[in-house]
Ligand binder design. Structure first.
Ligand code: C2E
Ligand code: CA
Ligand code: CA
Length: 703
C-alpha cells in the first residue's frame, strides 16, 4: 500500500493525476447510469444501452490510464506504439460491453461472470497499454503487484455489477460507479507501482512535461466527446420518459373528458383522508353528486352535446373557489367530492356553491342553451360511516334522497335512510312470492268523455295486498319490480288478467293497461300481446297500452318499431304523464299515438295558475292539430272539469269521477245499471264514486 501511495505522490505529476481521477469518476458515473437504464429494459434495447455504457466506460478507463501514464515521471524518454494503444482501447470497450451484457442476463451468477470479464478486460487494457509504452531504460516488474492489480480490478468490477443487479434503490448507479472508479484507480496505481524503471539515457533527453499536459488534455477531450454522446442519449431518453410518464400518470389519474380526477384518484384521496382523520381526529365530508336531466340531453341532442355539457361541468367544478374541495368524476354524470371540513354549515355552503355553479345555463356548440340540475348528498367521516365504502354509499343514499325530493336538491345522510334501504330490500324479497301467493290484484279507474261525461273505459291499476303491510302502492313496488326484472312476469300477469276480466264484461268498454319501460325493451312484447288477446278473446280495439315518454327515450328506434307492431294488432297506444319528463314534440310527431294523457300535476294548478292553463291549452292545440284526443288525469273538482270543458278537452279521469276500485265493484256496477247511453253512465258513476278505494300504504319507500 505504501509503495502505491509513494508511487502516486513521488513518481507522478499530481495535476495530471487529478485530471485522470476526474475523468475516471465522471466516466464511471455516466457509464453506470447508462447501464442502469439498460437494466430497466429488455432485449435489443438493453444491448443498445450496454453498448453506450461500455463505450463511455471503456473510453474513460482508457483515458484515465493514458493520462495517468503521462503523469508518470519516468526520468527517461518514452514513446507509444499507436496500434497497440488503439487495441488497448478496443479491449476495454469490448470486454466491458460483453461483461455488462452478461450481467444483464436474468440468470444466476451473471453479475459475477460479467464482473470477472470486465475486471479482466480492464487489466488487459492496462497491460496492453503498458506494452505500447516504450521507455528508454530498464523496466522491472513485480509479480506480486501485477497480480494484486488484476485482483483489485476484478473484485471492484464484480462488486459494482453485483450491486447494480441486486440493489433496488435509485442511488445504485452512483454507489456502483464509486466502487468501479476506486477499482480502476487501484488497478492503475498498483500496476504502476509494480514497475521500476532504470533510465538508460541522460535526464536532459526526457520529453518535455508541457507536451505531456497537452496530450493528456487532448485525450481527456476525446474521452469527453465519446462520453458526451452517451450522456446526450441518456438525457434525451430521460426527458422523453419523464414526459410520457407524466402523460401516463395523467391518463391513469384524470378523466380525459372533464380533466377532473377520476375514480382511482378519488379512491386514493379518500383513503388518504380517512388515514389523516384517524391520525388527527379531524373529520371530513364525502359528497355524492349526480346531474339531473343529463341523460335527457344526451339522448335527445346526441353524445356530442352530452360531452360538451360534461366538459363545461368539469370546467366549472375545477374553478370552484374552495381549497377544501377535491372534486372527481366517477363516470357518466356521476361525480364525488371530498370536503375537508366537518362543520355541516360550511359543507352546506360548499354544496350550494357547487349547485349554483352548475345550474347556470350551458351554451352548446350550435348556440343553443341547455340547463341541467344537480343533486347532492353528503355523509361525514367518521360520524356516519366506519370506512370508505360505507361512506361513499351513504353519501349516495343521501344524494338519491335529494334526487327524489321535490323540494331540495341537497341532503345530508341520516341513519333512518338505511332503514329505507332495508325496507326496500325486504319488500323486494316479498315481491318475489307475491304473484305466486295471489297477493296481486287489479283495480280499475273510470275514464270519461268531458262533454257528455259518458264512461269510455277504465285504466287498470295494479295493487299489492301484502299479508303484513296491507295495500302497498305501485309507486313503491313497481320500481322494485323493474330493478329486479320481476316486472316482466308481473306485467304479463297484469295484461293477461285485465284482458280476461274485461272479456267477460257484458259490454265493450275499453281497458288501458300500463307498460313499464322494461317491458318495452323486450322484442317479444308484440308476440306476447297477440297471444294474450288470442287466449282471452278480447277484441284488440278494446285494449289500450299506456307508456311514458321515458320508455321511448331509452331506445327510440327499437321502441317505435315495437309499438308499430303492437299497433298493427289493432291495439291503441296512449302517451302517459305527458308534460312531466321530456315532452318533446318530436316524440309526438314520430309516433302516431292514439291518446295523450296530460299529467295530473297540471290539474292541481289549473284553477290558480294561468301558466298551467296555458300549457293545457297548448297541449290541447297540439292534440287537435295532430288529431289525437287528450285525456286530463287527476280531475278532482267540478271547477277543474268546467275548465276542461271550456278548453275543449276530450276525456278525463280522476277522483271526481271515480277512484280506482276492485274488479268486483266494476262488475257489480254493470249489473245494476241500464246498459244504454247516459243512464248507464249515471248509474255506473254513482256506484263507483261511493266505493272508496281501500287505504293504500304509501310507506316512504321511494328511492
Ligand atoms: P299512472 O299511470 O299515472 O296512474 C294514475 C295514478 O293516478 C294512479 O295511482 C291513480 O290512483 C292516481 N289518480 C287517479 N286519479 C287521481 C286523482 O284525481 N288525484 C290523484 N291525486 N291521483 C289520482 P296509482 O294507482 O297509485 O298508480 C301509480 C302509478 O303506478 C301509475 O301511474 C303507473 O305509473 C304505475 N302503475 C300502476 N299500475 C301499473 C301496472 O300495472 N304496470 C305498470 N308498469 N305500472 C303501473
Ligand atoms: Ca297510466
Ligand atoms: Ca298518468
Amino acid at each position: 500500500m505504501l509503495d502505491v501511495i509513494l508511487c502516486i505522490a513521488v513518481e507522478h505529476d499530481l495535476k495530471l493525476v487529478v485530471l485522470a481521477a476526474i475523468i475516471c469518476i465522471l466516466g464511471s458515473w455516466l457509464s453506470f447510469r447508462l447501464f442502469d437504464r439498460g437494466l430497466r429494459d429488455r432485449g435489443l434495447i438493453t444491448l443498445g444501452w450496454n453498448f453506450l455504457a461500455a463505450t463511455a466506460a471503456g473510453s474513460s478507463v482508457w483515458s484515465t490510464h493514458f493520462i495517468a501514464i503521462l503523469a508518470f515521471k519516468t526520468g527517461a524518454p518514452v514513446s507509444f506504439d499507436p496500434v497497440l494503444t488503439i487495441v488497448s482501447l478496443l479491449i476495454a470497450i469490448g470486454s466491458i460491453f460483453v461483461g455488462m451484457a452478461a450481467t444483464s442476463l436474468p440468470i444466476p451468477f451473471s453479475a459475477a461472470a460479467g464482473g470477472t470479464l470486465v475486471g479482466l478486460g480492464i487489466a488487459a487494457m492496462h497491460y496492453a497499454g503498458m506494452n505500447a509504452y516504450h521507455i528508454e531504460g530498464l523496466v522491472n516488474w513485480s509479480r506480486t503487484f501485477v497480480i494484486a492489480s488484476v485482483i483489485v480490478s476484478i473484485a471492484a468490477s464484480i462488486l459494482a455489477l453485483e450491486l447494480m443487479k441486486r440493489e433496488r434503490t435509485t442511488a445504485r448507479p452512483e454507489k456502483a460507479a464509486g466502487i468501479f472508479a476506486l477499482g480502476i484507480i487501484g488497478l492503475h496505481f498498483t500496476g504502476m507501482a509494480a514497475m521500476t524503471v532504470t533510465p538508460l539515457v541522460l535526464r536532459g533527453m526526457s520529453v518535455e512535461q508541457g507536451s505531456y499536459l497537452a496530450m493528456a488534455m487532448a485525450i481527456a477531450l476525446a474521452c469527453l466527446v465519446i462520453a458526451g454522446t452517451g450522456l446526450t442519449s441518456f438525457v434525451i431518453d430521460h426527458r422523453m420518459r419523464s414526459d410520457s410518464d407524466r402523460k401516463l400518470c395523467r391518463m391513469a389519474l384524470y378523466d380525459s373528458l372533464t380533466g377532473l380526477p377520476n375514480r382511482p384518484n378519488f379512491t386514493d384521496k379518500l383513503l388518504a383522508a380517512i388515514d389523516h382523520s384517524n391520525r388527527t381526529g379531524e373529520g371530513f365530508a364525502c359528497i355524492g353528486m349526480d346531474l339531473d336531466r343529463f341523460k335527457e340531453i344526451n339522448d335527445l341532442r346526441g353524445h356530442a352535446a352530452g360531452d360538451a355539457v360534461l366538459g363545461e361541468v368539469g370546467e366549472r367544478l375545477a374553478s370552484l373557489k374552495s381549497d377544501r374541495l377535491f372534486v372527481a368524476r366517477l363516470g357518466g354524470d356521476e361525480f364525488a367530492v371530498i370536503c375537508r371540513c366537518m362543520n355541516d354549515k360550511l359543507v352546506f355552503e360548499d354544496m350550494m356553491q357547487i349547485k349554483n355553479a352548475l345550474v347556470r345555463p350551458i351554451t352548446l356548440g350550435d348556440g343553443t342553451e341547455v340547463s341541467i340540475g344537480v343533486s347532492l348528498g353528503a355523509a361525514f367521516y367518521p360520524a356516519d360511516a366506519p370506512d370508505a365504502q360505507e361512506l361513499v354509499s351513504r353519501a349516495d343514499l343521501a344524494m338519491y334522497r335529494a334526487k327524489a325530493s321535490p323540494i331540495t336538491s341537497i341532503c345530508f345522510y341520516d341513519s333512518c335512510m338505511d332503514e329505507v334501504v332495508r325496507q326496500r330490500k325486504a319488500l323486494a324479497a316479498d315481491l318475489k312470492n307475491a304473484l305466486a301467493n295471489g297477493e296481486l290484484e287489479l283495480f280499475y279507474q273510470v275514464q270519461n268523455a268531458v262533454d257528455t261525461e259518458e264512461v269510455i273505459g277504465f285504466e287498470v291499476l295494479l295493487r299489492w295486498r301484502h299479508p303484513v303491510r296491507g295495500m302497498v302502492s305501485p309507486v313503491d313496488f313497481i320500481p322494485i319490480a323493474e330493478e329486479s326484472g320481476l316486472i316482466m312476469d308481473i306485467g304479463r300477469w297484469v295484461l293477461q288478467t285485465a284482458c280476461e276480466q274485461a272479456s267477460r264484461w257484458p259490454n265493450d268498454l275499453r281497458i288501458a293497461v300500463n307498460l313499464s319501460p322494461i317491458q318495452l325493451s323486450d322484442p317479444k312484447l308484440p308476440a306476447m300481446v297477440r297471444m294474450v288477446l288470442e287466449e282471452t278473446g278480447l277484441a284488440p280495439n278494446r285494449l289500450e297500452l299506456e307508456l311514458t315518454e321515458s320508455s321511448i327515450i331509452e331506445n327510440r328506434e327499437r321502441t317505435l318499431s315495437l309499438l308499430l307492431q303492437v299497433k298493427a294488432l289493432g291495439v291503441t297506444i296512449a302517451l302517459d304523464d305527458f308534460g312531466t319528463g321530456y315532452s318533446s314534440l318530436e316524440t309526438l310527431r314520430t309516433f302516431p299515438f292514439n291518446k295523450i294523457k296530460l299529467d295530473r300535476s297540471f290539474m292541481n294548478q289549473i284553477e290558480e295558475s294561468p301558466q298551467a292553463r296555458a300549457i293545457i291549452r297548448a297541449v290541447l292545440a297540439i292534440g287537435k292539430s295532430m288529431d289525437v284526443p287528450v285525456l286530463a288525469e287527476g280531475v278532482e273538482t267540478r271547477s277543474q272539469l268546467e275548465i276542461l270543458r271550456q278548453e275543449g278537452c276530450d276525456a278525463m279521469q280522476g277522483y271526481l269521477l271515480g277512484r280506482p276500485v276492485p274488479h268486483d265493484d266494476i262488475v257489480a256496477s254493470f249489473g245494476s245499471g241500464d246498459e244504454v247511453g247516459g243512464r248507464r253512465v249515471a248509474t255506473l258513476r254513482a256506484i263507483i264514486k261511493t266505493t272508496a278505494e281501500p287505504q293504500v300504504r304509501h310507506a316512504s319507500l321511494a328511492s
